[in-house]
Design a protein around this ligand. Sequence first.
Ligand code: URA
Length: 424
Amino acid sequence: MNIIDIINKKRKGENLTYDEIKFAINGFLSGDILDSQMSSLLMAMFINGMSDEETFDMTDIMLESGDTVDLSSINGIKVDKHSTGGVGDKTSLIVVPLVASCGVKVAKMSGRSLGHTGGTIDKLEAIDGFDVNLKEEDFVKQVNEIGCALISQTSELAPADKKIYALRDLTATVESIPLIASSIMSKKLASGVDKIVIDVKVGEDAFMKNIESAKKLAQLMVKIGKNKGKETVCVLTNMEEPLGNYIGNALEVHEAIEVLNNNGPQDLIDVSITLASLMVSLGKNIDFDDAKKEVIANLENGHAYRKFKEMVEYQHGNIDNIPVSKHVFSCKSSKTGFITEINAYKLGMIERRMNENRFNQDNLIDATVGFILNKKVGDYVLENEELIKVYLNTNDVNVKDILDCFEISDMSVPALPLIYEIIK
Ligand code: URA
Protein backbone atom coordinates (compact mmCIF):
# COMPACT_ATOMS: atom_id res chain seq x y z
CA MET A 1 0.00 0.00 0.00
CA ASN A 2 1.24 3.49 -0.81
CA ILE A 3 0.10 6.82 0.67
CA ILE A 4 0.41 8.63 -2.66
CA ASP A 5 -2.06 6.18 -4.28
CA ILE A 6 -4.43 6.68 -1.33
CA ILE A 7 -4.29 10.49 -1.62
CA ASN A 8 -4.80 10.21 -5.38
CA LYS A 9 -7.81 7.94 -4.96
CA LYS A 10 -9.49 10.31 -2.52
CA ARG A 11 -8.56 13.32 -4.65
CA LYS A 12 -10.49 11.69 -7.51
CA GLY A 13 -13.49 11.39 -5.20
CA GLU A 14 -13.39 7.61 -4.78
CA ASN A 15 -14.16 5.85 -1.51
CA LEU A 16 -11.29 4.50 0.57
CA THR A 17 -11.31 1.03 2.13
CA TYR A 18 -10.88 0.35 5.86
CA ASP A 19 -7.30 -0.85 5.22
CA GLU A 20 -6.40 2.28 3.26
CA ILE A 21 -7.73 4.62 5.97
CA LYS A 22 -5.96 2.56 8.62
CA PHE A 23 -2.69 2.65 6.66
CA ALA A 24 -2.89 6.47 6.45
CA ILE A 25 -3.90 7.11 10.08
CA ASN A 26 -1.55 4.62 11.72
CA GLY A 27 1.30 5.71 9.45
CA PHE A 28 0.70 9.35 10.38
CA LEU A 29 0.62 8.47 14.09
CA SER A 30 3.89 6.54 13.88
CA GLY A 31 5.59 9.30 11.85
CA ASP A 32 5.98 7.22 8.65
CA ILE A 33 3.51 9.44 6.82
CA LEU A 34 4.47 13.10 6.60
CA ASP A 35 2.37 16.04 7.81
CA SER A 36 2.26 17.26 4.19
CA GLN A 37 0.82 13.93 2.99
CA MET A 38 -1.77 13.74 5.77
CA SER A 39 -2.71 17.38 5.09
CA SER A 40 -3.36 16.54 1.43
CA LEU A 41 -5.45 13.54 2.35
CA LEU A 42 -7.48 15.58 4.87
CA MET A 43 -8.07 18.29 2.28
CA ALA A 44 -9.24 15.66 -0.25
CA MET A 45 -11.57 14.23 2.41
CA PHE A 46 -12.78 17.75 3.22
CA ILE A 47 -13.49 18.69 -0.40
CA ASN A 48 -14.84 15.36 -1.72
CA GLY A 49 -16.63 14.27 1.44
CA MET A 50 -16.71 10.78 2.93
CA SER A 51 -19.27 7.99 2.73
CA ASP A 52 -20.93 6.78 5.93
CA GLU A 53 -18.85 3.61 5.66
CA GLU A 54 -15.60 5.61 5.45
CA THR A 55 -16.69 7.75 8.42
CA PHE A 56 -17.51 4.65 10.52
CA ASP A 57 -14.10 3.20 9.60
CA MET A 58 -12.27 6.43 10.43
CA THR A 59 -14.05 6.57 13.81
CA ASP A 60 -13.12 2.95 14.59
CA ILE A 61 -9.49 3.39 13.59
CA MET A 62 -9.05 6.54 15.70
CA LEU A 63 -10.88 4.89 18.61
CA GLU A 64 -8.58 1.86 18.38
CA SER A 65 -5.45 4.06 18.17
CA GLY A 66 -5.31 4.33 21.97
CA ASP A 67 -6.76 3.13 25.25
CA THR A 68 -10.44 2.67 25.98
CA VAL A 69 -11.80 3.30 29.45
CA ASP A 70 -13.46 0.35 31.18
CA LEU A 71 -16.47 1.60 33.13
CA SER A 72 -18.04 -1.84 33.52
CA SER A 73 -17.48 -1.83 37.30
CA ILE A 74 -19.83 1.18 37.62
CA ASN A 75 -23.37 -0.10 38.15
CA GLY A 76 -26.13 1.20 35.92
CA ILE A 77 -26.22 3.08 32.64
CA LYS A 78 -23.48 5.68 32.24
CA VAL A 79 -24.54 8.68 30.18
CA ASP A 80 -22.17 11.29 28.76
CA LYS A 81 -22.66 14.77 27.36
CA HIS A 82 -20.56 16.62 24.82
CA SER A 83 -20.67 20.00 23.14
CA THR A 84 -19.29 20.75 19.68
CA GLY A 85 -17.88 23.96 21.17
CA GLY A 86 -19.21 27.35 22.12
CA VAL A 87 -18.40 30.57 23.96
CA GLY A 88 -19.71 30.92 27.52
CA ASP A 89 -20.81 27.27 27.42
CA LYS A 90 -20.49 26.10 31.00
CA THR A 91 -23.35 23.59 30.82
CA SER A 92 -21.18 20.57 31.78
CA LEU A 93 -20.55 22.13 35.21
CA ILE A 94 -24.33 22.31 35.75
CA VAL A 95 -25.53 19.21 33.95
CA VAL A 96 -23.10 16.65 35.43
CA PRO A 97 -24.15 17.12 39.10
CA LEU A 98 -27.77 17.79 38.10
CA VAL A 99 -28.08 14.46 36.26
CA ALA A 100 -26.22 12.61 39.04
CA SER A 101 -28.61 14.12 41.60
CA CYS A 102 -31.44 12.41 39.64
CA GLY A 103 -29.72 9.03 40.12
CA VAL A 104 -28.03 8.64 36.71
CA LYS A 105 -24.27 7.97 36.77
CA VAL A 106 -22.07 10.46 34.95
CA ALA A 107 -18.42 9.52 34.39
CA LYS A 108 -17.33 12.46 32.29
CA MET A 109 -14.03 13.15 30.59
CA SER A 110 -13.62 16.63 29.16
CA GLY A 111 -11.10 18.62 27.19
CA ARG A 112 -9.43 22.01 27.30
CA SER A 113 -10.13 25.18 25.32
CA LEU A 114 -9.90 24.77 21.55
CA GLY A 115 -9.60 27.85 19.32
CA HIS A 116 -12.19 30.42 20.39
CA THR A 117 -14.20 27.86 22.41
CA GLY A 118 -13.79 27.24 26.13
CA GLY A 119 -12.90 23.92 27.78
CA THR A 120 -14.49 22.42 30.90
CA ILE A 121 -11.13 21.32 32.33
CA ASP A 122 -9.72 24.87 32.23
CA LYS A 123 -12.86 26.03 34.03
CA LEU A 124 -12.62 23.38 36.75
CA GLU A 125 -8.98 24.28 37.36
CA ALA A 126 -10.13 27.79 38.27
CA ILE A 127 -11.43 26.18 41.50
CA ASP A 128 -8.53 26.19 43.95
CA GLY A 129 -7.17 22.65 44.42
CA PHE A 130 -9.59 20.87 42.03
CA ASP A 131 -7.89 17.69 40.75
CA VAL A 132 -8.75 16.95 37.11
CA ASN A 133 -6.20 14.13 36.76
CA LEU A 134 -7.66 11.21 38.70
CA LYS A 135 -6.36 7.69 38.10
CA GLU A 136 -8.89 5.47 36.33
CA GLU A 137 -9.56 3.43 39.49
CA ASP A 138 -10.19 6.58 41.54
CA PHE A 139 -12.45 7.96 38.81
CA VAL A 140 -14.53 4.76 38.83
CA LYS A 141 -14.59 4.66 42.65
CA GLN A 142 -15.84 8.26 42.83
CA VAL A 143 -18.64 7.65 40.31
CA ASN A 144 -19.71 4.53 42.23
CA GLU A 145 -19.70 6.44 45.53
CA ILE A 146 -21.21 9.82 44.66
CA GLY A 147 -22.65 9.32 41.16
CA CYS A 148 -20.40 11.64 39.16
CA ALA A 149 -16.85 12.73 38.38
CA LEU A 150 -15.41 15.20 35.90
CA ILE A 151 -11.82 14.66 34.80
CA SER A 152 -9.42 15.50 32.00
CA GLN A 153 -9.34 13.25 29.00
CA THR A 154 -5.96 11.48 28.92
CA SER A 155 -3.62 11.73 25.94
CA GLU A 156 -3.89 7.94 25.56
CA LEU A 157 -7.54 8.31 24.52
CA ALA A 158 -7.87 8.39 20.70
CA PRO A 159 -4.31 9.80 20.18
CA ALA A 160 -4.80 9.66 16.39
CA ASP A 161 -7.63 12.18 16.70
CA LYS A 162 -5.44 14.47 18.80
CA LYS A 163 -2.65 14.49 16.18
CA ILE A 164 -5.05 14.80 13.24
CA TYR A 165 -7.06 17.56 14.95
CA ALA A 166 -3.88 19.63 15.47
CA LEU A 167 -3.11 19.30 11.75
CA ARG A 168 -6.71 20.15 10.75
CA ASP A 169 -6.46 23.28 12.87
CA LEU A 170 -3.42 24.38 10.81
CA THR A 171 -4.76 23.41 7.40
CA ALA A 172 -8.32 24.84 7.37
CA THR A 173 -9.87 21.38 7.44
CA VAL A 174 -11.76 21.57 10.75
CA GLU A 175 -15.27 22.35 9.46
CA SER A 176 -15.90 19.06 7.69
CA ILE A 177 -18.96 17.11 8.83
CA PRO A 178 -17.45 13.58 8.58
CA LEU A 179 -14.13 14.72 10.10
CA ILE A 180 -15.89 16.41 13.05
CA ALA A 181 -18.27 13.48 13.53
CA SER A 182 -15.48 10.88 13.59
CA SER A 183 -13.31 13.08 15.82
CA ILE A 184 -16.00 13.59 18.47
CA MET A 185 -17.39 10.06 18.36
CA SER A 186 -13.97 8.33 18.52
CA LYS A 187 -13.29 10.12 21.84
CA LYS A 188 -16.79 9.54 23.24
CA LEU A 189 -16.71 5.84 22.33
CA ALA A 190 -13.22 5.45 23.83
CA SER A 191 -14.43 6.93 27.12
CA GLY A 192 -16.51 3.81 27.80
CA VAL A 193 -19.98 5.32 28.35
CA ASP A 194 -23.25 3.61 27.37
CA LYS A 195 -25.28 6.53 25.99
CA ILE A 196 -24.32 9.92 24.64
CA VAL A 197 -26.02 13.33 24.42
CA ILE A 198 -24.38 15.88 22.11
CA ASP A 199 -25.07 19.61 22.06
CA VAL A 200 -24.51 20.63 18.43
CA LYS A 201 -23.97 24.38 18.41
CA VAL A 202 -25.35 26.28 15.43
CA GLY A 203 -24.56 29.81 14.34
CA GLU A 204 -21.96 32.27 13.16
CA ASP A 205 -19.84 31.55 16.23
CA ALA A 206 -19.92 27.75 15.94
CA PHE A 207 -18.31 25.24 13.54
CA MET A 208 -21.75 24.62 12.02
CA LYS A 209 -23.00 27.94 10.64
CA ASN A 210 -26.53 26.87 9.69
CA ILE A 211 -29.26 24.43 10.70
CA GLU A 212 -28.89 22.24 7.59
CA SER A 213 -25.22 21.45 8.20
CA ALA A 214 -25.75 21.08 11.97
CA LYS A 215 -28.54 18.61 11.25
CA LYS A 216 -26.32 16.59 8.92
CA LEU A 217 -23.59 16.47 11.58
CA ALA A 218 -26.12 15.42 14.23
CA GLN A 219 -27.62 12.69 12.01
CA LEU A 220 -24.17 11.33 11.22
CA MET A 221 -23.14 11.17 14.90
CA VAL A 222 -26.42 9.44 15.78
CA LYS A 223 -25.68 6.87 13.03
CA ILE A 224 -22.11 6.31 14.26
CA GLY A 225 -23.44 5.76 17.80
CA LYS A 226 -26.05 3.27 16.56
CA ASN A 227 -23.43 1.45 14.51
CA LYS A 228 -21.46 0.89 17.74
CA GLY A 229 -24.53 0.03 19.81
CA LYS A 230 -24.37 3.28 21.84
CA GLU A 231 -27.59 5.25 21.72
CA THR A 232 -26.76 8.85 20.78
CA VAL A 233 -29.07 11.86 20.86
CA CYS A 234 -28.14 15.30 19.52
CA VAL A 235 -29.73 18.64 20.31
CA LEU A 236 -29.20 21.63 18.03
CA THR A 237 -28.76 24.83 20.08
CA ASN A 238 -28.17 28.46 19.20
CA MET A 239 -24.63 29.88 19.20
CA GLU A 240 -25.26 33.26 17.57
CA GLU A 241 -24.13 34.93 20.82
CA PRO A 242 -22.38 33.72 23.99
CA LEU A 243 -24.37 31.35 26.21
CA GLY A 244 -25.18 33.04 29.51
CA ASN A 245 -23.55 36.30 30.55
CA TYR A 246 -20.15 35.23 31.89
CA ILE A 247 -17.14 34.36 29.72
CA GLY A 248 -13.81 33.28 31.24
CA ASN A 249 -12.82 30.29 33.32
CA ALA A 250 -13.40 31.41 36.94
CA LEU A 251 -16.30 33.67 35.99
CA GLU A 252 -18.04 30.77 34.23
CA VAL A 253 -17.75 28.59 37.34
CA HIS A 254 -19.42 31.40 39.31
CA GLU A 255 -22.25 31.58 36.78
CA ALA A 256 -22.72 27.79 36.86
CA ILE A 257 -22.98 27.99 40.66
CA GLU A 258 -25.60 30.73 40.29
CA VAL A 259 -27.71 28.48 38.05
CA LEU A 260 -27.32 25.60 40.50
CA ASN A 261 -28.65 28.01 43.14
CA ASN A 262 -31.70 28.90 41.05
CA ASN A 263 -30.37 32.16 39.69
CA GLY A 264 -28.52 32.86 36.49
CA PRO A 265 -29.60 33.72 32.96
CA GLN A 266 -32.54 31.99 31.29
CA ASP A 267 -30.71 30.85 28.13
CA LEU A 268 -28.14 28.97 30.19
CA ILE A 269 -30.84 27.49 32.43
CA ASP A 270 -32.93 26.34 29.44
CA VAL A 271 -30.05 24.66 27.56
CA SER A 272 -28.84 22.98 30.79
CA ILE A 273 -32.33 21.66 31.61
CA THR A 274 -32.78 20.28 28.08
CA LEU A 275 -29.42 18.50 28.08
CA ALA A 276 -29.92 17.12 31.60
CA SER A 277 -33.46 15.93 30.77
CA LEU A 278 -32.21 14.07 27.68
CA MET A 279 -29.51 12.40 29.77
CA VAL A 280 -31.93 11.41 32.55
CA SER A 281 -34.42 10.16 29.97
CA LEU A 282 -31.71 7.93 28.39
CA GLY A 283 -30.22 6.86 31.73
CA LYS A 284 -33.55 5.85 33.29
CA ASN A 285 -35.28 4.87 30.06
CA ILE A 286 -38.15 7.26 30.77
CA ASP A 287 -40.06 9.84 28.81
CA PHE A 288 -38.36 13.22 28.17
CA ASP A 289 -41.19 15.11 29.95
CA ASP A 290 -40.98 12.92 33.04
CA ALA A 291 -37.21 13.32 33.09
CA LYS A 292 -37.61 17.09 32.78
CA LYS A 293 -39.88 17.21 35.85
CA GLU A 294 -37.23 15.41 37.92
CA VAL A 295 -34.47 17.66 36.60
CA ILE A 296 -36.36 20.89 37.38
CA ALA A 297 -37.30 19.61 40.84
CA ASN A 298 -33.67 18.76 41.69
CA LEU A 299 -32.49 22.12 40.46
CA GLU A 300 -35.09 23.91 42.56
CA ASN A 301 -34.74 21.85 45.75
CA GLY A 302 -30.93 22.28 45.90
CA HIS A 303 -30.03 18.58 45.33
CA ALA A 304 -28.08 19.50 42.19
CA TYR A 305 -26.06 22.20 43.97
CA ARG A 306 -25.29 19.85 46.88
CA LYS A 307 -24.09 17.22 44.38
CA PHE A 308 -21.84 19.84 42.72
CA LYS A 309 -20.32 20.71 46.14
CA GLU A 310 -19.85 17.04 46.93
CA MET A 311 -18.06 16.47 43.62
CA VAL A 312 -15.81 19.52 44.09
CA GLU A 313 -14.90 18.44 47.64
CA TYR A 314 -14.28 14.84 46.53
CA GLN A 315 -11.84 16.15 43.92
CA HIS A 316 -10.10 18.33 46.55
CA GLY A 317 -11.43 21.65 45.28
CA ASN A 318 -12.22 24.59 47.55
CA ILE A 319 -15.58 25.93 46.42
CA ASP A 320 -15.03 29.11 48.46
CA ASN A 321 -11.88 29.94 46.55
CA ILE A 322 -12.54 30.65 42.87
CA PRO A 323 -10.72 33.95 42.42
CA VAL A 324 -11.57 36.45 39.70
CA SER A 325 -9.42 39.43 38.79
CA LYS A 326 -9.78 42.49 41.03
CA HIS A 327 -9.21 44.82 38.08
CA VAL A 328 -12.52 45.50 36.45
CA PHE A 329 -13.08 47.83 33.54
CA SER A 330 -16.48 48.89 32.30
CA CYS A 331 -16.94 49.22 28.50
CA LYS A 332 -19.75 51.63 27.65
CA SER A 333 -21.86 51.93 24.54
CA SER A 334 -21.04 54.76 22.16
CA LYS A 335 -24.66 54.97 21.00
CA THR A 336 -28.29 54.26 21.84
CA GLY A 337 -30.15 51.41 20.12
CA PHE A 338 -30.94 47.70 20.01
CA ILE A 339 -28.18 45.11 20.26
CA THR A 340 -28.48 43.11 17.04
CA GLU A 341 -25.30 41.03 17.28
CA ILE A 342 -22.63 40.01 19.79
CA ASN A 343 -19.70 38.36 18.07
CA ALA A 344 -18.92 35.43 20.37
CA TYR A 345 -16.06 34.24 18.16
CA LYS A 346 -14.17 37.54 18.56
CA LEU A 347 -14.96 37.80 22.28
CA GLY A 348 -13.77 34.21 22.75
CA MET A 349 -10.49 34.99 20.97
CA ILE A 350 -9.93 38.20 23.00
CA GLU A 351 -10.57 36.28 26.23
CA ARG A 352 -8.14 33.58 25.07
CA ARG A 353 -5.42 36.21 24.48
CA MET A 354 -6.12 37.85 27.86
CA ASN A 355 -5.82 34.60 29.74
CA GLU A 356 -2.60 33.62 28.03
CA ASN A 357 -0.96 37.00 28.76
CA ARG A 358 0.08 36.87 32.36
CA PHE A 359 1.85 33.53 32.55
CA ASN A 360 2.81 32.95 28.93
CA GLN A 361 6.39 31.82 29.67
CA ASP A 362 5.04 28.73 31.49
CA ASN A 363 2.14 28.15 29.16
CA LEU A 364 -0.24 28.49 32.08
CA ILE A 365 -3.49 30.31 31.70
CA ASP A 366 -4.88 33.07 33.87
CA ALA A 367 -8.28 31.77 34.92
CA THR A 368 -9.23 35.02 36.68
CA VAL A 369 -9.83 37.12 33.54
CA GLY A 370 -12.89 37.39 31.33
CA PHE A 371 -16.10 39.27 30.67
CA ILE A 372 -19.55 39.80 32.12
CA LEU A 373 -22.10 40.84 29.52
CA ASN A 374 -24.52 43.45 30.73
CA LYS A 375 -26.57 43.24 27.52
CA LYS A 376 -27.59 40.42 25.19
CA VAL A 377 -28.96 40.39 21.64
CA GLY A 378 -32.39 42.07 21.56
CA ASP A 379 -31.68 44.33 24.57
CA TYR A 380 -31.91 48.12 24.33
CA VAL A 381 -28.84 50.11 25.35
CA LEU A 382 -28.42 53.83 26.02
CA GLU A 383 -25.38 55.83 24.99
CA ASN A 384 -22.82 55.58 27.80
CA GLU A 385 -24.57 52.64 29.43
CA GLU A 386 -22.39 49.63 30.27
CA LEU A 387 -22.29 46.89 27.63
CA ILE A 388 -19.72 44.62 29.20
CA LYS A 389 -17.38 44.40 32.21
CA VAL A 390 -13.84 43.31 31.55
CA TYR A 391 -11.91 41.40 34.25
CA LEU A 392 -8.24 41.78 33.44
CA ASN A 393 -4.70 41.66 34.84
CA THR A 394 -2.80 43.61 32.21
CA ASN A 395 -3.17 47.19 31.08
CA ASP A 396 -3.40 46.48 27.40
CA VAL A 397 -7.15 46.13 27.12
CA ASN A 398 -8.22 47.21 23.65
CA VAL A 399 -11.62 48.77 24.27
CA LYS A 400 -12.25 49.26 20.56
CA ASP A 401 -11.73 45.54 19.83
CA ILE A 402 -14.22 44.66 22.58
CA LEU A 403 -16.81 47.25 21.53
CA ASP A 404 -16.45 46.07 17.91
CA CYS A 405 -17.98 42.75 19.03
CA PHE A 406 -21.34 44.53 19.46
CA GLU A 407 -23.62 45.62 16.62
CA ILE A 408 -26.13 48.30 17.66
CA SER A 409 -28.97 49.39 15.43
CA ASP A 410 -32.15 51.51 15.47
CA MET A 411 -34.19 48.43 14.58
CA SER A 412 -34.39 45.32 16.74
CA VAL A 413 -33.90 41.84 15.23
CA PRO A 414 -36.38 38.99 15.78
CA ALA A 415 -35.28 36.65 18.56
CA LEU A 416 -33.93 33.30 17.32
CA PRO A 417 -34.95 30.04 18.97
CA LEU A 418 -32.51 28.82 21.63
CA ILE A 419 -33.16 25.11 21.05
CA TYR A 420 -33.84 24.20 17.44
CA GLU A 421 -34.32 20.47 17.29
CA ILE A 422 -33.62 17.14 18.96
CA ILE A 423 -32.24 14.43 16.65
CA LYS A 424 -32.42 10.75 17.62
N1 URA B 1 -14.57 19.04 18.53
C1 URA B 1 -13.87 17.91 18.34
O1 URA B 1 -13.58 17.17 19.28
N2 URA B 1 -13.47 17.60 17.08
C2 URA B 1 -13.76 18.35 16.03
O2 URA B 1 -13.38 18.00 14.92
C3 URA B 1 -14.49 19.55 16.23
C4 URA B 1 -14.89 19.87 17.49
